[in-house]
Design a protein around this ligand. Structure first.
Ligand code: NAD
Ligand code: GLY
Length: 373
């Protein structure tokens, strides 16, 4: 029996005053009218998805939403991180304007983090803001990107550089959609699950060590626990620091190195989660060299990341000066202040902080963690 389908949805709440919303987690949610009850009323809705996810799930979502909205349109964007840009974003505005969608129109982001981030940004700016709902269909999007209201597109010079904080009305994590997710994408999502352990919850890290096989086998109960615990931790952090004036930055553990890898190789070569997985090994190594954690902790994390099917050795980004290239890319990171790179480090197992580090030390870390020529 498919346990995820049999369970009533789990609810996790993001508490942000009048912008609070629920995250629904369970099986078979996509087909239930109840899942979408109580959303803002409108005469039209637009499902934003991509060319891979549309044939799998768009019709089902469209059918269930039709009972609630007079007209439900679908726009399928090209698939890939390399399309998370202005030109593709504009396709959403084209669809909205072509259908004369008004300012009450509700947008539904059906897909992974790329679709979610772009739909959220479109919702934040179309007619200065329309409501939107996240319907994440990748593990990464269910445990991280659909929650918390960060929306963005990439710029060739830096990832997620153009965007807005804009909260969805609801997040619907239908665990059954993960059945069609390619293996590599499942692993990428596991990177963001693992992240929550060293920064906030060592019990989660213990649990992941025990359950990695079950997660990779997509056992519904294991997936439900991983999504729920990840969303609970993210909800706690976002509830305290919605716009990342401090605490929320810890959710970027591994991302400073990871974003450099993604941008340095060209978006779409390494998946975001792969960059984060490898980036966590690098950030943990930096934490060790800063005297914050021991080698055993770094090794424990490295083994878990590898068991998740993720790379743990960084790629060469430049044959002449690899570390210099990483440093240059990391200076464009959003956490950088006056040109100084700020890293999320593990202060002690289960607790993270943000610090600068001398370039020479960071170079040592990059040399130690990357492929040799
Ligand atoms: P993605 O959106 O590119 O999806 C991965 C791939 O899986 C795509 O090819 C997609 O078409 C396919 N796919 C999606 N659902 C599927 C399904 N159920 N079955 C089969 N195939 C499916 O990548 P992602 O890993 O979901 O998200 C990465 C993006 O999220 C990055 O752009 C990253 O910057 C962003 N992100 C944002 C936040 C945030 O807080 N907003 C947090 C983390 C990551
Ligand atoms: N994924 C990091 C954040 O939401 O802040």
């Amino acid at each position: 029996m498919n346990q995820a389908s049999a369970c009533a949805p789990i609810q996790v709440r993001i508490e942000l005053g009048e912008r609070s919303y629920p995250i629904l987690i369970g099986g078979g949610l996509l087909d239930q009218a109840q899942t979408f009850a109580g959303l803002p009323r409108a005469s039209q809705a637009l499902i934003v998805t991509n060319t891979t996810v549309a044939p799998l799930y768009a019709q089902r979502l469209q059918a269930v939403l039709q009972a609630q909205y007079g007209r439900v349109h679908v726009v399928a964007l090209p698939d890939g991180e390399e399309y998370k840009d202005w030109q593709t974003l504009n396709q959403i505005f084209d669809a909205l304007l072509a259908q004369a969608c008004d300012r009450k129109t509700v947008l539904f982001a059906l897909g992974g983090g790329v679709v979610g981030d772009m739909t959220g940004f479109a919702a934040a700016s179309y007619m200065r803001g329309v409501p939107f709902v996240q319907v994440p269909t990748t593990l990464l999007a269910q445990v991280d990107s659909s929650v918390g209201g960060k929306t963005a597109i990439n710029h060739p010079l830096g990832k997620n550089m153009i965007g807005a904080f804009y909260q969805p009305q609801r997040v619907v994590c239908d665990l059954d959609t993960l059945k069609t997710l390619p293996e590599r994408e499942l692993s990428a999502g596991l990177a963001e699950v693992i992240k929550y352990g060293p920064i906030a919850d060592m019990a989660l890290l213990d649990w992941l060590e025990q359950n990695m096989q079950a997660l990779r086998a997509r056992e519904p109960a294991a997936l439900a626990h991983a999504v729920r615990r990840s969303c609970e931790i993210k909800a706690l952090v976002v509830g305290q620091d919605e716009r990342e004036s401090g605490l929320r930055a810890i959710l970027n553990f591994g991302h400073t190195f990871g974003h450099a890898i993604e941008a340095g190789l060209g978006y779409g070569h390494w998946l975001h989660g792969e960059g984060v997985g490898c980036g966590m090994v690098m950030a943990a190594t930096l934490s060790q060299r800063l005297g914050l954690v021991d080698a055993a902790f770094v090794q424990r994390l490295r083994v878990l990341i590898e068991q998740a099917g993720l790379p743990v050795v960084g790629p060469q980004l430049d044959a002449q000066d690899n570390a210099g290239r990483y440093l240059a890319l990391m200076r464009v990171d959003k956490k950088a202040e006056a040109g100084e790179i700020r890293f999320v480090v593990i202060e002690k197992p289960g607790q993270a902080g943000v610090r600068g580090a001398p370039d020479a030390l960071v170079r040592e870390v990059i040399d130690a963690c990357c492929l040799r020529q």
